[in-house]
Design a protein around this ligand. Structure first.
Ligand code: AOF
Ligand code: ZN
Length: 371
């Protein structure tokens, strides 16, 4: 009776506990970068006796929290971990040694760690110590936890996602409206997952305040760094950033191609990066130097503001993921310019692994490119 309580109806015991571990891992959503989200449960005689997740860099790994929770009950138990246990001394000691010391009988792993200093060495170490190891349980779910981390580990580049919202008649929306940005909504949860978000300064009128920046509404959310691109208007009248900034936040950086940056007092402590030309090479290079694993290109308002970045992103294969949100709105004829007309369907760039999601507010299509 006891063991039946902790399994799905179809008897998929390993899948059941791995999904529990994924749920635990998600508790630290937005807090672990550049480290991955990792969850772990320890199961003995059909009962969960220990649980843990990795809360943030520098803190112990998921397995360590779960082992502490299980204490002596870990002996002869099975551990379910969403990511291969590490076998190296980083900021924390190796989890493999902790699992061996606690005398686990079996370790079930969601996915191999793409980190080259781990990459199956953790599995080998456990097997070498006589522990039974199973790999690849709920692998897709576990990979979905850490798209940015995996992509960054394998390519040394951040995952770049292009996001935008359309009316049903194919017009790009500028403001999303509170019906879409609310807590628990797709946009709010998406923002929480990214290390940085790129937007154009044209989104703001005269003042940028912390409140007007893209922000996740999830309770206690760790906000992404906001990259604001500000292009020289070319009018020649001013070469300064023409907006006032209220409420300084360290989670905001202005990229500008204005020939002169404003005096320091006008910047009000906001970090400004002056570049010859605003492009993805510059932005992604900056991300790499900061160790950022994921960036959201949040395309809103006037498509022409983003056109060059999108063109560059597709041509140089920098854009890895598309998130297209369609709102149940028809915006009246001639009010907005539609996106560029699609002339030849065979010449389109094809997305893969499509994931359609629907809610009462919108329909979202996630798809991958160069991933
Ligand atoms: C695990 N469980 O919960 C995490 C793992 O600097 P450190 O010591 O935190 O090491 C970071 C690396 O450890 C990270 O890149 C990844 O390979 C692994 N993270 N491993 O078994 C965890 N967070
Ligand atoms: Zn570890």
């Amino acid at each position: 009776i006891r063991s039946q309580k902790n399994r799905d109806d179809d008897g998929d015991v390993d899948g059941f506990y791995m999904r529990k571990s994924v749920e635990l891992a998600r508790k630290a959503l937005g807090c672990t970068s550049p480290n991955p989200l990792v969850g772990c449960v320890i199961v003995k005689d059909g009962q969960i006796v220990g649980q843990g997740f990795h809360p943030k860099p520098g803190q112990p790994h998921a397995e360590v929290f779960a082992l502490r929770d299980a204490a002596d009950l870990a002996e002869n138990a099975t551990a379910y971990v969403t990511l291969e246990p590490c076998n190296h001394f980083g900021r924390t000691p190796p989890c493999t040694e902790a699992l061996i010391k606690a005398r686990l009988k079996k370790v079930v792993v969601g996915m191999v760690d793409p980190n080259p200093i781990v990459a199956s060495k953790g599995l080998d170490r456990l097997r070498g110590a006589g522990i039974e190891v199973v790999v690849g349980v709920e692998e897709e779910l576990c990979k979905g936890l850490n798209e940015g981390y995996i992509h960054h580990m394998l390519t040394q580049k951040p995952l770049l996602t292009l996001r935008y919202s359309l009316s049903v008649n194919g017009n790009l929306l500028d403001s999303l409206g509170s019906g879409v940005t609310h807590s628990g909504g797709y946009y709010s949860r998406l923002l929480q997952e990214y290390d940085a978000v790129i937007i154009s300064s044209s989104l703001f009128r005269e003042t940028i305040s912390v409140d007007s920046l893209p922000s996740s509404q999830e309770p206690g959310a760790n906000q992404p760094i906001r990259f604001i691109m500000h292009r020289d208007s070319g009018s020649g009248s001013s070469n300064q950033i023409p907006f006032i900034i209220d409420n300084v936040t360290d989670k905001m950086i202005i990229f500008t191609d204005c020939t002169t940056t404003p005096p320091e007092e006008a910047q009000k402590g906001i970090k400004t990066v002056s570049v010859d030309q605003i492009n993805l090479d510059v932005i992604l290079d900056y991300c790499n130097r900061q160790g950022l694993c994921s960036v959201l290109l949040d395309m809103r308002g006037n498509f022409s503001e983003y056109q060059e970045l999108v063109k560059e992103g597709i041509k140089k294969k920098y854009i890895n993921k598309f998130v297209t949100e369609i709102l149940p709105l028809w915006n009246g004829c001639n009010q907005y310019d539609p996106l560029l007309p699609f002339k030849n369907i065979d010449q389109g760039v094809k997305l893969e692994n499509l994931r359609p999601l629907a809610s009462a507010q919108s329909v979202v299509i996630e798809g991958y490119l160069n991933f």
